[in-house]
Design a protein around this ligand. Structure first.
Ligand code: 9D3
Length: 256
């Protein structure tokens, strides 16, 4: 899959050379091409920002260099949809990542300053995505988040130890707790069930923990999740156990 990124700070994208994304790039599963609007600056000063019509604080990305960089990226990747990263965008979710991972090419436009001219948005941008309701300084980190989450979904990107397919139930739920050696740490022991070797019991415990943690931390996710009869039973048992034993204040437990 091909990613073309338009950004004033192309060096930020070197972060993607590490780990899973780095391996996918060196293996040729994914390709990353950067386009810097500064290279398309029109005046002697190499100016890439401009003042907003109507006045007010803040600058916009200057129209001509940005339009030229988009045009160059489009010419190099004609099949690529142009995605603009913006706080005004639709929420980027795992479902969106899964859909975009099915495509061959994407052109990501990372904004700086207060954003881009609305006419570029109208004529050059196919979709607008936000990575969450908080403010960051530019579109680069959001673009990297999107690229990372998409690359991990490409066939062959994850090694067998990283394979996401193992806990198929966990799609749409938070993960269960994990433990590794040693068996006792700071007077906390590994739950007995994980040492039992009883794989059916371990699977049920993990599913129950995933359901319980999602219920506690992310009830919004649970609303979207259709509970099987087994899951319903496990969750009720989890909630009952919590209501039987007092919990520290602030642990997020709802008591009757
Ligand atoms: C003064 C109003 N601000 C909008 C909330 C201005 C502004 C702040 C930060 C305009 C752009 C930015 C830079 N942010 C992004 O480019 C961005 C972003 C984000 O800040 N949050 C969540 N998702 C995204 S995607 C791109």
């Amino acid at each position: 899959m091909r990613f073309d990124v338009i950004s004033l700070f192309p060096a930020m994208f070197t972060a993607l050379k590490h780990g899973i994304t780095g391996r996918a790039l060196t293996r040729g599963l994914a390709e990353l091409i950067l386009w810097n609007p500064r290279d398309y600056a029109v005046n002697a000063h190499g100016q890439v920002d401009d003042r907003p019509y109507g006045g007010g604080p803040g600058m916009l990305m200057r129209y001509e260099p940005l339009a030229a960089a988009i045009q160059a990226a489009r010419a190099a990747s004609p099949a690529g949809q142009v995605l603009y990263l913006s706080p005004q965008g639709q929420p980027f979710t795992q479902a969106v990542a899964q859909r975009l991972a099915q495509t061959d090419a994407l052109i990501l436009l990372a904004g700086r300053y207060e954003g881009i001219d609305e006419r570029l948005l109208n004529t050059q941008v196919d979709a607008v995505w936000s990575v969450g309701d908080y403010v960051v300084s530019g579109g680069e980190l959001p673009a990297m988040l999107m690229i990372d989450s998409i690359i991990r979904l490409l066939p062959g990107a994850l090694g067998h130890t990283e394979s996401a397919g193992q806990d198929s139930f966990s799609a749409g739920l938070l993960d269960h707790p994990h433990y590794t050696r040693p068996e006792v740490v700071a007077e906390q022991v590994v739950p007995d069930v994980l040492l039992s070797g009883d794989h059916a019991r371990i699977r049920r415990w993990r599913l129950q923990q995933a359901l319980g943690r999602t219920w506690q931390q992310r009830p919004d996710l649970l609303q979207q999740y259709p509970l099987s009869d087994e899951e319903q039973t496990l969750l009720v048992e989890y909630i009952d156990a919590i209501n039987e034993s007092p919990q520290p204040t602030g642990s997020g437990v709802i008591r009757e």
